[in-house]
Unconditional design. Sequence first.
Length: 179
Amino acid sequence: MPEIEVRLADAEDITLLSEFEHGFYSEYVWQMSLEQDAFKSQAEFTRVHLPRRVLVTYPRKKEEIFSDFDQAEAFMVAEIAGQSVGYVKLVRESETKTARVTDLIISASVRRQGIGSGLMVAVMNLMSHRGLNTLVMEMQSKNDPAIMMASKLGMKFCGFRDHYFSNQELALFYSRFIR
């Protein structure tokens, strides 16, 4: 993992961060099967290998991500040697001690090098200092890298919602209690 520094973003960062490629390539998706009858409802997610690598578009428009920049609980930037290489947006739930990671983007040239994990550890540290105790991460069912990272960080699957994103895609939710 490269040496990263994480800091709170400021308004001057937005232009550069919005230029990052937000889509990603994947060879896997998580496919949902839903079984229902009068006495039982059961959803199962299975990791499925695709016949070829596909480009997955990001579920939010960049304008949506940055429009409420100043209202987020935290907007953090990862840097390597003074260059911005990723960011994470954290939104606080108003009535609980819960925060949601709504966006986690890493520059395409440095993906899969632990930068996302580093940002998530920084988020957990920030939460513990702000009295927040539950972290929820939302992602597309097509976002295999994020799902694998969430599991690696000790997060557990805690639910899903169909048509969640503005592009009508299914969202998966992973959570972790923060001490």
